[in-house]
Design a protein. Structure first.
Length: 503
């Protein structure tokens, strides 16, 4: 298979992750109409949040430990050693998954108590949720690792296809069995299991056979594990503290925040720069080369995220109304989700860039920078959550705003960290570019001030907002006088070529 370039990988990501997010949106539409923002949905999203701490973050840890070494072996053409390393790491992932599954299922009663603000009924439902999620416990970490193998050999689209398969399976199951009170849980388990088998089949030539999970090659890749374990612990505490505060909100608020985050994270999830950037930066020999690529990626992140932030802040409620407001999903539910979107929209640029900066720290073997950044974000999040929720009584808006501010603190800390590693950040260039795009996208706010948007129904508002956003983005990129203009043009051309190639 022909290796994919970084920008063409963005094109395939847009295609497959776009299909993935489309399936996810359709799933949310079905769920919203069937059960609304209910206790059942609160339990589902709280269970996912806890799995994010207990499973998903572990998957990220094992995922990144071995990518730079696999990239090195692939570039050297040492396919045999690459297969041996991949086989050993897959064995380790399966072993770790079994251990975690046993521990989490056995301690389910205790884990559910983390949601201390839940009432007794929701606590009991959360306890039973872990039974239905056992396949996720067993297969998610191996699934992520096999995806990292595909990225190392520049087959970026394979993992995106597997993610789409997961979302599609969940969508089909929810549509067919919407009356089943556990369908949200077991459909996710089925989707993850099938996606793992699919990716395992695709990657069979690169994986080789299961081998010694404690071989010298595997142990060498685990040299960063202690630092990553500390990072994992700090990140886990961050997420757990957030879940504790969220559990004190009224019934339906957990779901409103989850829906808001889903919609805000839609574009960063589709474009997905971080996953393939680690491969590209690992291939660059000097810090100067890595700095040049990092600054280009930062410019593209500013370009896309500025437009997305303004659009989500101004037209988030119209989006929720069009996508979700039907059946048991009420007008008040729309207002609650729109409130969450307004608070979360401020974190779109950090969502793009934090993952990219993390790849730099991993390649440079400076996990301590990530730990310090996460701890700083944790402290900020805890203090602001307590202040906004219990002090000001801001509820959904306060939780979302606290999260956004903590992400900005982590982003600024991360940027400071890469400069300490010798990377040259073009601060003046990025400040001018951000200012220009903010002024250009201010046209959307000007349109809202005219009052014309208020006279349109939700669908018309959404379509007009999307059209104006695209026009203003193109104008901003085309009329800018500096180098970003050519960067935007070249990137768009390559993404289009990548989409054509993916077909």
């Amino acid at each position: 298979m022909k290796p994919q370039s970084f920008l063409s990988s963005i094109g395939t990501a847009v295609l497959w992750k776009g299909l993935d997010r489309l399936s996810g949106l359709l799933k949310h539409i079905v769920i919203a109409g069937a059960i609304g923002l209910s206790a059942q949905l609160d339990v589902f999203y709280m269970a996912l949040a806890l799995l994010g701490v207990l499973i998903f973050s572990w998957a990220s840890l094992l995922d990144v430990l071995v990518v730079p070494r696999m990239v090195e072996l692939w570039r050297q053409g040492d396919k045999q050693q690459l297969r041996e390393l991949a086989g050993g790491m897959l064995s380790l992932c399966l072993l770790v998954s079994v251990v975690l599954a046993v521990v989490i299922y056995s301690a389910g009663d205790f884990i559910a108590l983390i949601a201390m603000g839940f009432d007794a009924a929701r606590i009991e439902s959360l306890r039973s949720a872990f039974f239905w999620l056992i396949p996720v416990l067993l297969f998610y970490i191996p699934l992520r690792f096999v995806g990292s193998v595909m990225r190392a050999v520049r087959n970026f689209s394979a993992f995106y296809q597997a993610e789409f398969l997961t979302a599609l399976v969940v969508l089909i199951c929810v549509a067919l069995f919407r009356g089943d009170p556990h369908v949200l849980l077991w459909s996710l388990s089925l989707g993850v299991a099938l996606s793992f088998l699919y990716l395992l089949f695709i990657a069979r030539s690169s994986l080789g056979r299961l081998s010694n999970p404690f071989s010298s090659e595997v142990r060498a890749c685990l040299v960063l594990a202690p630092g990553l374990l500390i990072l994992h612990g700090a990140h886990s505490i961050y997420v757990l503290s957030d879940r504790i505060f969220v559990s004190f909100l009224p019934e339906g608020a957990v779901s409103a925040l989850a829906y808001g985050m889903t919609l805000v994270a839609l574009l960063p999830g589709i474009i997905s720069l971080g996953g393939s950037f680690i491969t590209v930066i690992a291939e660059k020999a000097t810090v100067a080369e890595r700095s040049a690529r990092l600054n280009d990626v930062m410019s593209m992140c500013i370009y896309v995220s500025t437009a997305a932030t303004v659009f989500m802040a101004l037209f988030g409620q119209a989006m929720v109304q069009v996508l979700l407001e039907r059946g048991l999903f009420t007008r008040m539910d729309t207002v609650n989700v729109a409130t969450a979107i307004l608070g979360y929209s401020l974190m779109i640029l950090p969502m793009f860039l934090i993952g990219v900066l993390d790849q730099v720290f991993q390649v440079e073997k400076k996990i301590s920078f990530m730990v310090k950044r996460t701890i700083l974000g944790l402290v900020t999040n805890v203090v602001l959550n307590a202040f906004f929720l219990f002090g000001f009584g801001w509820g959904i808006w306060g939780i979302a705003l606290a999260t956004s501010i903590s992400y900005w603190v982590m982003l600024l800390s991360g940027l400071q960290g890469v400069t300490r590693l010798g990377y040259g950040i073009a601060w003046h260039r990025h400040a001018l570019w951000l200012s220009w795009m903010t002024v250009v996208m201010g046209g959307l706010y000007g349109f809202n001030l005219t009052g014309m948007a208020a006279g349109l129904d939700g669908m018309a508002q959404l379509l007009v907002g999307l059209l104006m956003t695209l026009v203003l983005m193109l104008a901003g990129g085309y009329f800018y006088v500096s180098g970003e203009r050519e960067l935007v043009r070249g990137s768009l051309r390559r993404i289009i070529l990548g989409l054509r190639g993916a077909r």
